[in-house]
Design a protein around this ligand. Structure first.
Ligand code: AHR
Length: 534
């Protein structure tokens, strides 16, 4: 099911100047030779923000999410049913809706994942008690009662204010089935599928902006070769129609991590028939799928390797982007990183097929640096969907019956809201490395943007668990004026929120900065994410 290739590229980094260029690509300029970060608590970094060169918009969909019929994501996490004692609106938990609204989820991908390619949508409509059950073969072999289907998903999207992104079944579904689903959701005609929708209680069609033609077709979605999938894409996509003013942004199944050949074939064969091409990459802290490691019990070596692995996203986005540039120099086709995030061992005592894991400050740093990478490549990356929203993998929210908590990763998404649809401010960073056992990665990660009212937001991650950084910033093309700051950090690298102590990790006000003649100076605490506004 999870056929991961091991062809991971290496992260090149040693005390050097990094230019996050206008196009978002990382350019290494030279060595600076400062000592290793962990032995240098007073390490310094220089940042230049070129607000006068701000050009590309950070698509808010980079802050998208993914909810699959997997473990306790949909059932319990979102859907409790109308008769539940847990407060709900038409069966959907109110506490979860409120939490997701607060981070302004722009787009939600559903129903999978691997589940999408065994999902038959007609099983999930009509009176709930009459819906046929199925076996969720990928995820624990549990019986899926189909109580959460198309109507419930669209209701969820309306309740949280997110755009729906539906993934169709290419692996085990027919072309007719996919065609009829799109008609059911989006047609306003006096047609069989639109009338079936009306009979099931929804008069008006829904707006469906995003549709995926299959998921991981190289793996759980059918084990196809790229040439074969490209032909399947042509065929299925032909019947994904634009009804009644609904224009669908078509997303083709893209590569697994470093499978560059998949991208080459897809772009050459069907690049002109798609709007977006997906990419999947998970961060396994150990770099070893066989021994992923605990989400909460780890030491500095596992912290360092998690950051190292997560930074591979930079290499991936750049290299797939270069291939896309050859076929699509105008960058019409979006790179859609519709599955990413940390993948740990499941929590002890939980169903291995449910992928339930805790979420620590380490996950938050990985989220912060990954979102910085997407921001800096926003000329090509048009959407990303962290896996997954609730109770699965790197979740925003964890639930235990009526209880709910938000994770450190949730707080990063909340802190980064000002980047949604803002204009990327190119950033040039010269900083120290974070070195452990001879392995070096850049200690600081940054992205910056300017919003519609002219405010600039700078998100900075200090990846070192022990060393602070004094960062001096020159701002070109904008006045700093008054400044505000927030920080997410904790005393321990594995700090996390539990149902007994749900607020161990949460953001707080931050004031360790000052405006200077040319810009500002800031002291970044070890293992922290700082968001500055001026
Ligand atoms: O997110 C969990 C699984 O990871 C998805 O179902 C699949 O697409 C990927 O392999």
């Amino acid at each position: 099911m999870l056929a991961r290739n091991g062809r991971f590229g290496s992260i090149v980094s040693m005390n050097r100047t990094c230019l996050l260029s206008l196009t978002g690509s990382l350019v290494l300029l030279g060595l600076s030779g400062s000592p290793a970060a962990e032995s240098s608590p007073t390490a310094s970094a220089q940042l230049t923000l070129r607000a006068d060169q701000a050009r590309y918009q950070i698509n808010r969909n980079i802050y998208g999410h993914f909810a699959e019929h997997l473990g306790r994501c949909i059932y319990e996490g979102i859907w409790v049913g109308e008769d539940s004692p847990i407060p709900n609106t038409r069966g959907i938990r109110n506490d979860v809706v409120a939490a997701l609204k607060a981070i302004k989820v722009p787009v939600l991908r559903w129903p999978g994942g691997c589940f999408a390619d065994e999902y038959h949508w007609k099983d999930g409509i009509g009176p709930r008690q009459q819906r046929p059950a199925m076996i969720n073969t990928h995820w624990g072999g549990v019986v899926e009662n189909n109580h959460f289907g198309t109507h419930e998903f669209m209701d969820l999207c309306e309740q949280i204010g997110a755009d729906p992104y539906v993934c169709g079944n290419v692996g085990s579904g027919s072309v007719q089935e996919m065609m009829e689903w799109v008609e059911y959701m989006t047609s306003d005609a006096d047609s069989p599928m639109a009338n079936l929708r009306r009979k099931n209680g929804r008069e008006k069609p829904w707006r469906l902006p995003y549709f995926g033609v299959g998921n991981e077709s190289w793996g759980c979605g059918g084990n196809m070769r790229p040439e074969y999938y490209a032909d399947q894409y042509r065929r299925y996509n032909t019947f994904v129609k634009n009804y009644a003013g609904n224009r669908i942004y078509r997303i083709a199944c893209g590569a697994n991590a470093f499978d560059f050949r998949w991208t080459e074939v897809l772009m050459a064969d069907v690049g002109r028939r798609m709007n977006g091409l997906s990419l999947h990459f998970y961060t396994v802290p150990s770099g070893n799928w066989g021994r992923k490691g605990s989400a909460t019990r780890f030491e500095e070596p596992q912290w360092h390797s998690a950051m190292r692995e997560a930074l591979k996203m930079e290499d991936l986005v750049r290299r797939h982007g270069e291939i896309m540039d050859k076929a699509d120099p105008d960058k019409r086709v979006g790179m859609i990183v519709d599955e990413w995030g940390m993948w740990h061992d499941v929590e002890p005592g939980t169903n291995p097929g449910f992928l339930y894991q805790q979420n620590t400050l380490r996950d938050a740093l990985v989220a912060g640096l990954t979102l910085n990478i997407f921001n800096n490549h926003c000329d090509r990356v048009k959407m990303a969907n962290i896996a997954q929203t609730i109770n699965v993998l790197q979740a925003m929210v964890l639930t235990d019956r009526e209880k709910m908590l938000v994770t450190p990763t949730y707080h990063v998404f909340e802190m980064y809201v000002p980047h949604h649809d803002a204009t990327l401010v190119p950033a040039e960073l010269q900083g120290p490395d974070y070195e452990l056992a001879g392995q070096k990665i850049p200690q600081v990660s940054v992205s910056a943007s300017r919003d519609k009212s002219g405010r600039v937001h700078v998100s900075l991650c200090n990846l070192s668990p022990t060393a602070a950084v004094r960062l001096t910033c020159e701002v070109q093309g904008a006045k700093v004026g008054s400044m505000k700051g927030r920080v997410l950090t904790a005393p321990e690298i594995n700090a996390h929120n539990t149902f007994a102590q749900p607020e161990t990790v949460k953001p707080s006000a931050f004031e360790d900065f000052s405006a200077t003649q040319k810009g500002f100076e800031v002291n970044l605490p070890a293992k922290s994410i700082v968001m500055l506004e001026f």
